[in-house]
Design a protein around this ligand. Structure first.
Ligand SMILES: [Zn+2]
Length: 264
């Protein structure tokens, strides 16, 4: 495959209006020169005759018990109906459900057409479903991203996966009437919240990590100020993805090389 034929697609998530796919698209093109386009939500692809089949598949990909690997179960009527509504209206918000990321990946793959499944296509599905992977410690961990085929980027994951400052949870329990803003101020710990436009800014780093994964470049970075840093706390996420500088020297150089490769 000639790398120059690589085309990247970002599939919009209507349920996360604050996640601006156009800005992500411009960012990828500006930073890497990879030919990038945006497309409508991947859920729009579900054929009307197959809504029930897909509702069942989505319901089956739920995590019912965080300490038990989802090896398959028969979803109940309510779970299937819930998924059906989400397929019929992709702008509906999905909070409070965790999905097995690898099972979702298989469903999204079914929704790509032949051309989109080719080796020189790099698909990124944006979703507000919370995704998780089963870890060696025998439990699910929420994630921002799954670097598979297609790649999955979860806006809810940005808010929920990296842990908030410890005081946040204590304050939250004792002061249920306070707003998150007030709690943020009192805990002196910043974190990314639903509806913030920092979600788009932070997601840029996860797109780049996905691109590096595709190009088989090692992508995690030791430098906590770099977009390739593997953040486990909200403060680390903000430091790596929002605060300047964007990259460590090594990644700055590697990105430059990629840009040169794709623009020559
Ligand atoms: Zn770095």
């Amino acid at each position: 495959m000639n790398l120059k034929d690589l085309e990247l697609t970002i599939y919009r998530d209507p349920a996360t209006p604050e996640l601006d796919e156009q800005e992500l698209c411009r960012y990828v093109e500006g930073t890497t020169s990879i030919n990038t386009i945006t497309k409508e939500s991947i859920l729009e692809r579900v054929d009307e005759a197959k809504v029930d089949v897909f509702s069942k598949r989505f319901a089956e990909s739920r995590v019912r018990d965080i300490e038990e690997k989802n090896e398959g179960f028969e979803p109940n009527f309510g779970e299937k109906r819930f998924e059906k509504r989400l397929i019929e209206d992709s702008s509906k918000d999905v909070k409070g459900v965790l999905y097995d990321a690898k099972k979702l990946e298989k469903i999204y793959l079914l929704l790509l057409n032949e051309q989109e499944r080719s080796k020189n296509h790099l698909p990124f599905v944006l979703t507000n479903r919370l995704i998780g992977t089963f870890g060696e410690d025998n439990r699910y961990h929420a994630r921002v991203s799954l670097y598979g085929f297609p790649m999955i980027l979860s806006s809810t994951g940005l808010v929920e996966a990296p842990a908030k400052p410890k005081q946040f949870y204590r304050k939250k329990r004792s002061n249920s009437l306070k707003t998150k803003e007030e709690i943020k101020e009192e805990t002196e710990g910043d974190f990314i919240d639903y509806g913030e436009n920092r979600i788009t800014k932070a997601m840029k780093g996860y797109l780049l990590q996905g691109i590096f994964h595709y190009l088989s470049k090692g992508f995690f970075c030791e430098n906590n100020g770099c977009r390739f840093y593997n953040a486990h706390w909200q403060q680390e996420l903000i430091n790596a993805q929002i605060n300047k500088p964007e990259f460590c020297n090594k990644h700055k150089k590697e990105i430059k090389e990629i840009k040169k490769r794709f623009s020559d």
